[in-house]
Design a protein around this ligand. Structure first.
Ligand SMILES: C[S@@+](CC[C@H](N)C(=O)[O-])C[C@H]1O[C@@H](n2cnc3c(N)ncnc32)[C@H](O)[C@@H]1O
Length: 312
């Protein structure tokens, strides 16, 4: 069994180290694509994981396109090399729509395969991939006037990947909220937001219905002082190991249902901290298309009513 991992753009070294730690030594590297023998392992730095890859001979561009079409309809090309020949194959495949997403929306569910030319006469293809988006890249119809910065895009992407987002009446804690891109997303969804940051929110975000700002350190905030929370968000600029302690404190309080947190790396990547987040039962740790030198931790908890401190 062969699995290929497409590194997030600029993060192939992080992915290679992550795979090495998971026991996948000796990956063949095809630019950003790392090809390993064995079943897939969790790989946060992969923008897309290609499961059960097959190698096909390419006698002609027409026969290669037919071989792919015989497997399934939708294919996306990754062509860092041999692009002319690859483009001739892609031209013979059905068009796959990649319209920018209008948030909120669920990710597409139609199977989307990936393929590349390893050599002019050799193609690697996977009908089943981890990302619903072409090469893991998602574009949104952006809002260029509402939010105070572009941080809202990575939250949109995380919520689309979850397939869930806060709704009216849900209580959200937004830690490291200033200037308010994430708070803007949550308030627009109709949620109640407690935005925590020593720095103030953008005045227009602060004035949105349901938004309350607390000018405190997120690390000093006691869960008991906040009550039951449906979603804890964090985009705090801090070391991932410190964020892990904060997340563990809130998890053990039993007062938070769902978590969406950015792990930010300054300088070297802290692979141990990323692995500790990934080891939390039920967690997903992903490099989103809109992340920089960051990962996003997603954890969905029990349904409403099953939490300590739930309101009736
Ligand atoms: C990347 S910015 C957050 C951007 C925000 N999510 C948005 O959408 O506009 C990181 C924030 O973390 C905040 N921060 C750093 N240390 C903090 C702490 N101990 N408690 C709360 N916020 C903190 C900074 O003040 C900064 O506003």
């Amino acid at each position: 069994m062969t699995t290929a991992y497409l590194a997030a753009d600029g993060f192939a070294d992080q992915l290679q180290e992550e795979l090495r730690r998971a026991g996948c030594d000796g990956a063949r590297r095809h630019e950003r694509l790392l090809v390993c023998e064995g079943p897939a392992v969790a790989a946060a730095w992969a923008a897309n994981i290609w499961h059960d890859c097959v190698e096909l001979p390419v006698e002609s561009t027409g026969s290669a396109a037919k071989a792919l079409r015989d497997i399934q309809r939708n294919w996306v090309m990754y062509a860092p090399l041999h692009h002319r020949r690859a483009a001739l194959i892609q031209d013979r495949l059905p068009h796959v729509s990649a319209k920018p997403v209008v948030f909120p929306a669920r990710a597409p569910t139609a199977p989307l395969g990936s393929w590349t030319l390893l050599a002019p006469d050799r193609l690697l293809a996977a009908a089943r991939c981890s990302s619903p988006f072409a090469n893991g890249e998602v574009a949104f119809v952006e809002d260029r006037t509402g939010p105070p910065n572009r941080a809202y895009l990575k939250l949109w992407e995380g919520l689309v990947r979850l397939g869930r987002w806060p709704g009216p009446g849900e209580r959200c804690l937004d830690l490291g909220a200033s200037p308010g891109g994430w708070t803007w997303v949550l308030a627009r969804l109709g949620a109640e937001v407690i935005a925590v940051d020593k720095a103030p929110l953008d005045a227009r975000v602060a004035a949105m219905p349901g938004v309350a700002w607390r000018g405190e350190s997120a690390f000093a905030l006691e869960p008991e002082s906040v009550g039951a929370i449906d979603w804890l968000f964090s985009d705090i600029a801090c070391y991932p190991a410190r964020l892990l302690r904060l997340v563990e404190r809130w998890r053990s309080s039993g007062r938070v249902r769902n978590f969406v947190c950015t792990l930010k790396f300054q300088g070297a990547t802290d692979h141990d901290a990323a692995a500790a987040f990934a080891a939390i039962p039920g967690a997903q740790v992903l490099h989103l298309h809109h992340n920089k030198h960051e990962l996003t931790f997603l954890l969905m908890g029990p349904s409403k009513g099953a939490m300590a401190g739930d309101r009736p």
